[in-house]
Design a protein around this ligand. Sequence first.
Ligand code: RET
Length: 287
Amino acid sequence: MSDLIEQLGNATFENYVALDSGFTEMAYQMSAHVLTVGYAIMLAGLLYFAITLKTVAPKYRMSSILSAVVMVSAALLLFIQSMNWTSAMVYDTETARYVLGDGQDLFNNGYRYLNWLIDVPMLLFQILFVVTLTNSKFSSVRNQFWFSGTAMIITGYIGQFYEVTSPTTFFIWGAISTLFFFHILFVMYKVIQEGKEGAPAEAQRYLGYIWILFLFSWMLYPGAYLMPYLFGGLEPALSETAVVARHITYTIADVSSKVIYGILLTLTAQAMSKAEGYEYEKLDTVS
Ligand code: RET
């Protein structure tokens, strides 16, 4: 391991696996495909949010607009992330493995983290345009979301550089990031509880689903951060299975936290619009 550390320094563990054993055809291709499907789904999501914009009353439309903004930034980022994977590796016919290409950029997940700087605040603000807060102040919730969201990502971004070279540093930054994450969960729980008060039954049901989806999908990100240790224990595992598992986890997390979340918010807003007399189906009826 120390030889590898000398050659790769603070590179992420994907590069260590590439230099240590290389990737089999299956592991390399599964990673490439999962990364590609990620941005394809974001583009499909963009269409959905644009087309359904008018199915909700005007005051809820900012939620769909924010989803569309998230789709554009995520599609672009995931495209770059996917290119980063394929350009970092070359096929070596002698060993029949994908290995690091000489003189190429190494692979790094850092693009994702910086993309979250845009998407995390957008996703958190989005729900505030659908629910009506009964106790909390809009500006206070917005600032808490913004502050803890940004702090959670920046601390995690720094930590991920140390995932192989210094497990202690990696875990300390991860733990600090987790404190901000708990704060976000706490504020989001309050927002959803307040949002349910006074909402029509159908919207209440969707808000319940949103909380479960939120918990599940946001927890996947720290899971992906920890992946080399989930497979390796106290030392990072130089295992291609862990690399593929990280790509899959990120893609499931991205599709759930951005696309499915946005769809559920659209359904909630449609239910609320209907209860307030905005009946989209009837708008084009000729009388
Ligand atoms: C990090 C570092 C380790 C500890 C924790 C993390 C949490 C990350 C989360 C990211 C959510 C991203 C989303 C992106 C959507 O575009 C930073 C991995 C707790 C929760 C929702």
